[in-house]
Ligand binder design. Structure first.
Ligand SMILES: [Zn+2]
Length: 106
């Protein structure tokens, strides 16, 4: 769990303990909450509104061999772009080795 600063629609700010890693083999209710869209739900202590914050989370189930890095769509595209910049030079080098220096992908 990670303490996150949440700002409600009523503008009240509060700290909430939000999952940053969940092991589906340990937290028996986590899969149901994920499928129900309730996984990261927190209630504003002032007005009671149920909020759905979006933070990255790692979802694991060791017995089933599951290890997923979840990035909410609101930040996913930025992280994907950063990951692509990190991976692309490695992929280019691998492709050069696999296809030779004179080959082109065009
Ligand atoms: Zn509120």
């Amino acid at each position: 769990m990670a303490i996150r600063r949440i700002t409600c629609f009523c503008e009240h700010q509060f700290d909430a303990d939000v999952a940053d890693v969940v092991d589906l083999g340990v937290d028996a209710d986590a899969e149901r909450r994920i499928l129900a869209g309730e996984f990261m739900d927190v209630s504003c202590p002032l007005c009671g509104k149920v909020l759905k914050p979006e933070f990255p989370c790692r979802i694991r189930h060791d017995a089933r061999g599951i290890d997923i890095a979840f990035f909410p769509s609101s930040i996913g595209s930025r992280i994907c772009a950063e990951s692509f910049r990190l991976v692309a030079p490695v992929a280019s080098r691998s492709a050069t080795r696999a296809f030779g220096k004179d080959r082109s992908f065009a």
